[in-house]
Design a protein around this ligand. Structure first.
Ligand code: URA
Length: 215
């Protein structure tokens, strides 16, 4: 189970975006409306990685275009980051869900083998965009990029080196990463204002890391 055979070697973003629609590297493509590839500029210095497209993203074909995306936009704005300057994507490209009483689609977390199967797409996006900083939104993205022993509760909001394994050797220089809470977790939290504040604070660390050093 892997997306590898479907990922065109040396393709740029338009080629990858087209090819992902034919991906059958795991079972998730069967029930999803479409694959939801990343969105943003190939020259972005910042990549934001979520978990998987949600219900609305699955219908619209755009990452973070539903309620979690609205919250992410607010948090980015408060942290002084322009979403248009970032490349936004997910660890997996198809919506995984179960049906409640045959109708409503309920988000299901992708399992480890589905995330691993989808990794070649994220690796290709990182190869092409070649960012300076990757912000992992939530534990799924953090463990995909920083290793399965990474614990968000212990290490969120801290700048770390992005491991070589996440870069496929295509770097012009060292890249860093930072993990923070997922916007959906903020929406679900009892005290969502406090959680939003925490997300904004972590994103401010990212904004500072990308700011030009004076002098
Ligand atoms: N949650 C995610 O992780 N990604 C999206 O694109 C939407 C919701």
């Amino acid at each position: 189970m892997s997306a590898e055979p479907y990922v065109p070697a040396r393709a740029r973003l338009p080629g990858l975006r087209k090819a992902v629609q034919s991906c059958a590297g795991c079972a998730l493509h069967r029930d999803a409306t479409q694959a939801v590839f990343g969105s943003g500029s190939e020259s972005a210095r910042l990549v934001l990685v979520g978990e998987q497209p949600g219900d609305q993203e699955d219908r619209k074909g755009q990452p973070f275009s539903g309620p979690a995306g609205g919250l992410l936009d607010r948090a980015l704005e408060r942290a002084g980051i322009d979403r248009d300057d970032a490349y936004v994507t997910n660890a997996t490209k198809h919506f995984k869900f179960s049906r409640q009483r045959g109708k409503r689609r309920i988000h299901q977390k992708p399992n480890r083998s589905e995330v691993a199967a989808c990794w070649p797409w994220l690796a290709a996006e990182l190869r092409v965009v070649d960012p300076d900083l990757v912000v992992c939104l939530g534990a799924t993205a953090a463990q995909t990029l920083l290793g399965t022993t990474f614990r968000l509760t212990r290490s969120r909001g801290r700048l770390v080196d992005l491991p070589e394994s996440a870069l496929a050797g295509h770097r012009h220089g060292p890249a860093r990463a930072l993990a923070t809470i997922h916007p959906s977790a903020v929406l679900r939290a009892d005290d969502s204002e406090t959680e939003l504040e925490g997300l904004v604070n972590d994103l401010r660390v990212a904004a500072e890391a990308l700011a030009p050093t004076p002098g």
